[in-house]
Design a protein around this ligand. Structure first.
Ligand code: HEC
Length: 160
């Protein structure tokens, strides 16, 4: 008898679900753990001009518009600590708990393979990453100037 009741209860609960209107679910607002959608009105143009995404640009052809002075490095530190340290560590060695859990270990940024990259290649890696191995793309978070400042600070971590 109890089993029959349970079956009936499940059947009863199940029937209610089909007719739910999903409008409230399938809407343009964003959900928990989902990035806010940055939809722009069609044909709109940002007042700051076109923002270059650097996807088609070879990093080696770029160089910083300013010198990597101590001020530039100091400006890059808080940005690096917020955006990069979670994976690459405060020292750039990628010795973090997050790094250990990732399928592709984030590179030790103080190793020669990264030290040998040009400033422009690092800049492009930050702004135009296509997410390989989990390295995020920061085009929506960082301006060009901030990205050069982070690059300057990374050079400091590399002992330059
Ligand atoms: C979610 C973890 C994560 C965060 C946050 C992150 N990275 Fe990475 N990064 C990676 C991984 C994983 C790789 C290696 C994957 C690859 O490039 O194929 C990588 C690669 C790199 C490389 C390439 C190194 C080389 O020798 O080719 C650079 C440079 C780099 N990251 C810099 C940064 C900087 C600067 C920031 C902050 C603006 C940052 N990363 C934030 C995970 C991360």
């Amino acid at each position: 008898m109890r089993r029959i009741l349970i079956v009936l209860a499940i059947a009863f609960l199940g029937t209610g679900c089909e007719n739910y209107d999903r409008d409230l679910w399938e809407q343009s607002s964003f959900k928990t753990q989902e990035a806010p959608r940055k939809w722009k009105p069609a044909r709109s143009v940002p007042i700051t001009g076109l923002i270059e995404n650097y996807r088609e640009i070879e990093g080696v052809t770029l160089s910083s518009p300013f010198e990597f002075t101590n001020d530039a490095k100091a400006a890059g530190k808080p940005l690096y600590d917020v955006y990069c340290a979670i994976c690459h560590g405060m020292t750039g060695r990628s010795d973090t708990l997050v790094a250990q859990k990732m399928e592709t270990m984030p590179f030790d940024l103080t190793e020669s393979s990264t030290v040998e990259l040009t400033d422009g290649e690092i800049f492009v890696k930050i702004l135009a990453s296509e997410g390989e191995g989990g390295m995020p793309n920061y085009r929506n978070e960082l301006t060009d100037e901030e990205t050069w400042q982070i690059t300057a600070y990374l050079r400091k971590l590399q002992g330059k």
